[in-house]
Design a protein around this ligand. Structure first.
Ligand code: TNX
Length: 527
């Protein structure tokens, strides 16, 4: 039928096809979605062994033209565009897409996913991310980022392949409050620095950023009815540097930047102690009617508002009114810690009055655990930092606790004796100690039902710039994020430390200055 030449050609063609077919089968070991180094660890993962591949034509598809959907879809497109070099676009398509891509679906009927949960179904051609609420989609987008190679975080074009193992992730947080705090009073940090922090915490699915906006050393937010607070009270910081403050417009810019990432900013005005910057700015807030000197040291507990002067409450009402007008979140933090020179019989009625002022402006109160000495109003939250006894007092009043135990959760504590930055009054906090605890079993009598969540505070007596902040925050922050998100039964240090080790690739891609703890098997050789 065929001549010799044709026969040879057909044999070679046949062998070629066989070789290509065999190599296609052999090349790909089955993928395993459950082995991906996701932080926080998702609640459930099922595996289907293949790969989704991001390609030049991959689009991000939304089914309705809603702002919150568009924003999150565009956020993902922007993250993927520069490093892949693919022209990834957001498309609005009402019909079910057949061409593949990443589809974001808001489905209010999926109520089991709650406020922030999401479901990610990954097959060979399509990734479908579904959530009941927009915040859930945003959290799911962070998972997609973490499923791609770390170089996805670079801003210049990189070589692929850009593959994601197939399977299904169903995921939602253990606690509704997962946050970090930055003290912008002891040292001031500008808008761009705080935006970076917001990026970092959102990458790990945290949803709250608490800003400690006033203390003895500086007042950091413009109050139009009391302008000297920032003009004078914001003019310095620890060590005598020039300090600074946020104008109301800048503060609103931060609130929006956070909101776009489904994070609330919680403003704190610390009182009645930790108030020297205000007392130096307005003589009438002092019991003796004399303004104090500005303070640039690091001692705590020497200042107090004059709790029996009417003007003090007028002042607080103005401050709370102006700040709450800029704040869409549901909490206002009143501080209340270490008021060592306020008599307890003055402290209690003061905190009661201030709670009522905050409530009158439509917000719920958070205060450090000492506020449990007062009569906690409905919805008030005590933030545990030092005293299990105060936490118990708050719970006895029916209040909820925000867990920030200093010996576990303080980002300003040194890692070990060689750490140059930070303090050590609450002990040394290595990465394993920071991770290895359960908020719901730390104190007898305080269980999950009493706790709204976890927050890791960074006090900045010794911290002066972003580089130093990053060193104290990383790599502990991902651990706090996981404590807040992943059920305690799904967490253990040995397994977590492997996932964390892999995240060094991501820290490096994001140019994060992190502490190379010897307890973690970092995945990059040239560390
Ligand atoms: C205690 S924690 C403080 C802060 C300090 C911090 C330093 C708390 C409510 N008060 O004023 O900055 O220790 O770690």
């Amino acid at each position: 039928m065929f001549n010799k030449k044709q026969n040879r050609f057909l044999t070679i063609l046949f062998l070629g096809i066989v070789i290509v077919f065999l190599s296609l089968c052999a090349e790909r070991p089955a993928s395993d979605l459950s082995k991906e180094s996701l932080i926080p660890k998702p609640v459930t993962v099922t595996v289907s062994g293949e790969y989704f591949k991001l390609r030049p034509g991959t689009d991000i598809i939304i089914r309705e033209e809603k702002d919150e959907l568009k924003l999150t879809a565009q956020f993902l497109a922007d993250k993927l565009k520069s490093s892949t070099g693919f022209g990834i676009d957001v498309k609005v398509t009402r019909s079910k897409p057949h061409s593949g891509g990443i589809v974001l679906v808001a489905d209010p009927a999926k109520t089991t996913l709650g406020e922030e949960g999401y479901e990610l179904v990954i097959d060979k051609r399509t990734i479908t991310l579904t959530a009941a609420k927009p915040a859930g989609l945003f959290r799911g987008v962070q998972t997609i980022r973490q499923l791609l190679p770390a170089k996805i975080e670079l801003t210049s074009k990189q070589e692929g392949p850009w593959e994601i193992p197939t399977g299904t992730i169903t995921d939602y947080p253990e606690y509704g409050y997962r946050g970090a705090m930055i003290d912008v009073s002891r040292h001031f940090f500008g808008v761009e620095v705080i935006k970076k922090i917001i990026d970092y915490i959102s990458y790990y699915k945290m949803n709250m950023l608490h800003l400690h906006l006033s203390d003895d050393q500086g007042w950091r937010i413009e109050i139009k009815s009391w302008p000297n607070l920032t003009l004078h009270g914001g003019s310095t910081q620890v060590g005598g540097g020039k300090g600074g403050y946020y104008t109301q417009d800048q503060y609103s810019e931060l609130v929006k930047y956070a909101k776009d990432r489904f994070i609330d900013i919680i403003p704190e005005i610390d009182m009645p102690g930790h108030t020297n910057a205000a007392l130096a700015s307005y003589a009438e807030l002092n019991c003796d009617g004399k303004a104090t000197e500005l303070y640039t040291g690091t001692r705590v507990g020497f200042s107090t508002f004059c709790t029996d002067k009417e003007i003090t409450y007028k002042f607080i009402d103005d401050v709370v009114r102006e700040i709450t007008a800029l704040s869409p979140g549901s909490y206002f933090h009143i501080g209340g810690d270490e008021s060592h020179v306020t008599k307890v019989e003055d402290y209690i009625p003061f905190i009661n009055k201030v709670q009522d002022i905050v409530l009158s402006h439509g917000k719920k109160v958070i205060g450090w655990d000492e506020i449990a000495l007062s009569t906690l109003r409905e919805g008030s939250v005590a933030q545990n930092w030092a005293s299990a006894e105060n936490a118990a007092k708050a719970v006895a009043q029916g209040a909820k606790i925000l867990m920030s135990p200093a010996s576990r959760a303080y980002l300003d504590m040194k890692y070990d004796t060689t750490t140059k930055l930070g303090l050590r009054w609450a002990g040394l906090i290595e990465v394993n100690k920071a991770y290895n605890w359960d908020p719901a079993t730390l104190f007898p009598g305080i269980g999950k039902e009493n706790i709204i969540g976890v927050e890791a505070p960074l006090w900045t007596e010794t911290i002066t710039n972003l580089d130093e902040m990053e060193f104290m925050i990383f790599p502990r922050l991902p651990g706090y994020a996981e404590i807040g998100w992943t059920p305690a039964s799904g967490r253990n240090w040995d397994e977590y430390s492997l996932r964390l080790g892999k995240h060094s690739e991501r820290f490096q891609a994001m140019e994060i200055n992190f502490y190379r703890s010897k307890l973690v098997p970092w995945s990059i050789a040239e560390l």
